[in-house]
Design a binder for this molecule. Structure first.
Ligand code: ATP
Ligand code: ATP
Ligand code: CA
Length: 218
């Protein structure tokens, strides 16, 4: 069954979400105040409308109530973003994702009842910083303030050794949840899996443990 989405605000972030959802075959209602922006999405989204999302009657007329998931991607106008989120919440939208512009905005959105608050510039900045610091960390996802999932290059120290040999869980408190080997992904590798130099390990753990693991083995 096709899921229905609405994207409010077609800047770079909202626009990218709208394109990707549509490309995946989802039915998307794209909405923006700006006529040119909306025109850009006429052939991409299932529906594209010029409207002000802070106008409650507009939200009702568009039948937004029946949409599963609404993404609010209004950036600079924090007031419009908050007001839109509040009204969507009052309409009873099941899932609301909102882009936050700063930490205060994020706090308020959480209080209003946004289901997911995203902060793409801050989070992408953090990810890139981690990739820059360590040549071996290819990617990084923050799970909480002190837990992450990282993608690391195996390297020569681990090459030819098994997870048991390296005793990663016991020694470092981290878990290797998957190994990427060329085009294959070995999910939940066995303790006897032998690591190859060009493998990429997906490791989950506390930041301090991952950092110890990385210092000693990568
Ligand atoms: P980017 O993702 O490009 O960084 P941004 O986060 O800086 O964008 P803005 O450019 O401030 O966001 O806004 C994104 C879009 O939201 C703009 O195209 C703007 O026209 C639209 N927008 C702003 N207010 C409203 C509103 N009340 N109703 C509908 N769309 C709105
Ligand atoms: P333990 O109870 O001591 O953690 P276990 O019963 O899970 O061990 P095995 O699965 O045989 O025993 O693994 C032995 C050791 O190999 C583990 O203690 C751990 O150090 C390491 N190991 C095995 N699989 C992984 C993994 N996926 N990630 C990290 N370390 C692993
Ligand atoms: Ca911006």
């Amino acid at each position: 069954m096709k899921k229905e989405f609405a994207v409010i605000g077609l800047g770079r972030f909202g626009g990218s979400i709208c394109r990707e959802l549509s490309r995946e075959g989802m039915e998307v209602l794209a909405l923006d105040l700006d006529e040119d922006k909306v025109n850009e999405y006429r052939d991409i989204a299932a529906h594209a409308v010029i409207a002000d999302s802070t106008d409650e009657s507009v939200l009702r007329e568009l039948g937004l109530r029946n949409i599963d998931h609404v993404i609010v991607a209004i950036g600079d106008n924090i007031q419009a973003s908050m007001l839109t989120t509040l009204m969507l919440k009052e309409l009873g939208i099941k899932t609301i994702t909102v882009k936050a512009q700063n930490d205060y905005h994020e706090k308020i959105l959480n209080k209003i009842g946004a289901d997911h608050v995203v902060h793409p510039e801050r989070d992408m900045g953090k990810r890139i910083a981690h990739n820059i610091i360590s040549n071996n960390i290819l990617d990084y996802i923050e799970l909480s303030d002190d837990h992450s999932v990282v993608e690391v290059k195996a390297g020569s120290k681990m090459s030819g050794r098994t997870l048991v040999d390296l005793d990663i869980r016991a020694q470092y408190g981290c878990n290797v949840v998957a190994i990427k080997r060329k085009k294959d992904v070995i999910v939940s590798p066995m303790a006897t899996e032998e690591i190859r130099e060009s493998d990429i390990l997906i490791v989950i753990g506390a930041d301090k443990d991952i950092s110890r693991f990385e210092k000693n083995l990568v």
